[in-house]
Design a protein around this ligand. Sequence first.
Ligand code: FNR
Length: 344
Amino acid sequence: MGRFADGLEERAADVLPEAVFRYFRQGSRDSTSTSEATAAWERHRFLPQVLRDVTEVDLRSTVLGAELACPFAVAPTAMQRAVHPEGEVAMARGIAAAGSLMVVSSNSGSTFEDIAATGVTFWAQVYVTADRPACLPLLHRAAAAGARAVVLTADTPVVGTKHDGEGPTIWDLAGPGWSHANFPDGYGSSPGDAKATDLGPQDVEWLARTTRLPVVVKGVLRADDARRCAEAGAAAVWVSNHGGRQFDGAAATADCLEAVVAEVGDEVEVYVDGGVRTARHVVTAHALGASAAFMGRPPVYALGTEGSAGVERLLGELDDELTEALMLLGCPSLGRVTTALLSR
Ligand code: FNR
């Protein structure tokens, strides 16, 4: 049997409505950053070790105190009910079966309660609203359902422009149930419900205080911003350019990670996403100092083509490939992957 991940995007293109597939695949503007993301991971080379006992290989990792059996975590993506009738709940089942972590988008078509009922470990992503309290019902609901952290997406004062082709867009197809399952009735009708354009470190402090959950700031590319997050009380910073969907031309995350780790890696956890597609990319992320690597689009394509089983299969296949990679690198556990493995 071939590799499940190979051709996954093409299979998703075959089964999903064109407007839905386009929405998930596209980057902003010219898709420069989207198309460069994976290549930046590919550039790294390794110096494998020999004469090491790799009879047992340990893939476990810890994020914010939670142990993950599978280190391929799943980034928040909106509107998963566009690709599967059970949307985020089906995604959660696959992730739970694989022993990974799910970050639930604030634009989810499934409730936190239904997602939690699958047993998945999950965090809740939020876009802070112009009127700050307007985003609190979502967060209180997430916390009550068992979310272990809040992910503040900081790179979206405005949604990056995407060029749609001919024909209907996902917004023409979208039912109201695709994106707003966790908001109170009437959400979105007030100007205060729009995304904040004046986010600052004080919002990180405020979220930590109000939710009493660890706050992860997502969308950080610069060491100076990572420093500001750490000083504001963030528990982690997440190096991301939003899958190339915000500023087109933003640097590849694989090229930004190391400077962020150098600045704050001793104080807070550092995560990364963007173009992560193989076990080798995850090893690279850990070698550069990340404690978790997330994927956005591939799990959605797996969900769209084969439902929960597809998500589980994608993550399981990557686990198998990671075991092989660590054996060949002479490294018996993911926790022992360091820059010393990289050839520079
Ligand atoms: C996203 N992303 C995203 N991020 C976020 O914080 N909240 C969200 O609701 C969404 N929605 C969303 C929708 C779609 C269709 C995509 C492709 C992405 C960004 C996402 O969390 C992640 O940063 C990137 O997808 C990672 O890049 P890869 O793995 O898709 O290359």
